[in-house]
Design a protein around this ligand. Structure first.
Ligand code: NAP
Length: 298
């Protein structure tokens, strides 16, 4: 949903938004809506036009950085952002100001960005948004920040206008990107499992509605498992009273068997069973499934 009205009574600051694609323009519209003094810049001038009369339009990256103490960057890739940020003019204009890098990337990208900023006297926070542009300013998305805590605190009142779930996740600058990757991995692994599972049901002639109806009730079990894993990983004690890894592997053998019998690709269940068998080989057979965590650490 696109908001156009201005929120009265919000904390107001000066914000520059660089990159006005789908996500960048949603962030910029949010800051405009909350009454901030917004300056925008986009490589292609057409996208700047939508902000005429609502924000200041900068014609160069350096002009955009000079306009505000808080500079939000949201473009396709870190390479793209480096192409206009890593210039002597921008370094000079951004000196002593804060760049918040919303462009998606890895923790390594975040460290590289922070290093450049440090070398040029620019303050730096790395940020991730987990959600769609429609989730900005709608209390649905998650916004993670990492870098110096004091820097986050300094800008928190402005950043919090984006959503109710603006969260600082650690001083190591790679933390925000790591959490983004971790949650996306959880999502993708579960989704691939879900789609493979649907193919098993279909291969046995079952109406998929039965599967999808059951999935809605079954998925919260992952949250329950996560809570158990949180405690067991923290204590290093994987003993429990629910199900041993040996029992889990026996259940997984049925998934492999039915997949093989019905000509379904085996790579997904074989990957899962392989991870559990490694934990059993390490002596965790009588322990609970969270023990598999120990086999990932090198
Ligand atoms: P988008 O709609 O494709 O927009 C891309 C933006 O990047 C445009 O402003 C584009 O400028 C700019 N850009 C690309 N290459 C550039 C370059 N070499 N120099 C300067 N600007 C350049 O993408 P988006 O959806 O806004 O995504 C932006 C970032 O947010 C990405 O890192 C994405 O992963 C992340 N994100 C997006 C979503 C989502 O649902 N959309 C969700 C979470 C995170 P031009 O207009 O000049 O081409």
């Amino acid at each position: 949903m696109e908001h156009t009205e201005v929120v009265v009574g919000a904390v107001v600051g000066k914000v520059t938004c660089m990159g006005l694609g789908l996500m960048g323009s949603a962030l910029a519209r949010c800051f405009v809506r909350h009454g901030h003094n917004v300056t925008v810049w986009n490589r292609q001038p057409e996208k700047r036009k939508a902000f005429e009369g609502r924000a200041k339009i900068a014609s160069t990256p350096a002009e955009a950085c000079a306009a505000s103490d808080l500079i939000i960057v949201c473009v396709s890739t870190y390479d793209a952002s480096e192409s206009f940020l890593h210039t002597p003019e921008v370094a000079e204009a951004a000196k002593g100001k804060t760049i918040v890098q919303f462009t998606s990337g890895s923790s390594l990208d975040a460290r590289k960005g922070a290093e450049w900023a440090r070398g040029h006297g620019v303050h730096y926070l790395d940020a991730c948004v987990l959600g769609y542009p429609s989730d900005v300013d709608a209390d649905n998305g998650w916004f993670f920040f990492s870098g110096p805590r004091a820097l986050f605190d300094k800008h928190a009142s402005v950043l919090k206008t984006m959503s109710g779930s603006v969260t600082f996740v650690g001083e190591p600058v790679g933390c925000a990107a790591a959490l983004d990757s971790a949650l996306l991995e959880t999502y993708y692994m579960a989704t691939i499992g879900l789609l493979h599972a649907a193919s098993i049901c279909r291969s046995e002639g079952m109406e998929l509605d039965h599967f999808f109806n059951a999935v809605a009730d079954f998925v919260p079990l992952i949250g329950t498992t996560a809570e158990v894993a949180r405690k067991q990983i923290a204590s290093g004690n994987y003993k429990g009273a629910e199900a041993t890894l040996d029992v889990h592997v026996a259940a997984q053998e049925h998934i492999v068997t039915v997949s093989r019998a019905n000509g379904i690709d085996l790579s997904v269940p074989e990957f899962v069973i392989d991870r559990c068998k490694r934990a059993i080989a390490a002596g965790y057979g009588p322990h609970e499934i969270s023990a598999v965590y120990e086999t990932f650490r090198k």
